[in-house]
Each structure stands twice: as structure tokens, then as C-alpha cells.
Write a protein that binds this ligand. Structure first.
Ligand code: SF4
Length: 68
């Protein structure tokens, strides 16, 4: 899920930067942060971390260090 309001509000900034406008990195960060929604827009809900499989592409198989 994307924060469509963020993309709409920052579209002009993106266009200006693409057209060569210069802006201080800190100022740009603060500006973008001001448009960012303060609540999370993505929620990952893990109902369980138990699984009998060990699929190679799964982060659970390769990276998870928590107890099952
Ligand atoms: S992808 Fe991960 S969670 Fe899904 S079956 Fe494979 S090891 Fe289990």
C-alpha cells in the first residue's frame, strides 16, 4: 500500500529536481518528512513463525533468529 497523498504532494518537488533545481539535502529531507503520514501505512501481521518447510527464498529460513 502506498501513501498516495505523499506522492501527490511531492510530485512537483520531483519534477523540479528532475529539471535541475537544487535543494539542500537537509531541507529536502525535512520537506519530504513534512508530507509523510505519521502513522505507519504498512502493517505486517505475523500470526505465527512456525513452519515445517525451509524454502531457500524465505527470510524465515535464512535470517530468523527468534524462537519458534
Ligand atoms: S516460504 Fe517460508 S514460511 Fe512459507 S513455507 Fe517456505 S519456509 Fe515456510
Amino acid at each position: 500500500m502506498f501513501d498516495i497523498n505523499f506522492y501527490m504532494n511531492t510530485h512537483q518537488i520531483k519534477k523540479d529536481l528532475e529539471n535541475g533545481s537544487k535543494i539542500d539535502k537537509k531541507e529536502l529531507f525535512d520537506l519530504l518528512d513534512s508530507y509523510r503520514h505519521k502513522d505507519p501505512i504498512i502493517y505486517n501481521i505475523e500470526t505465527t513463525n512456525a513452519c515445517n518447510m525451509r524454502c531457500k527464498m524465505c527470510p524465515r529460513t535464512t535470517m530468523m533468529t527468534r524462537d519458534i
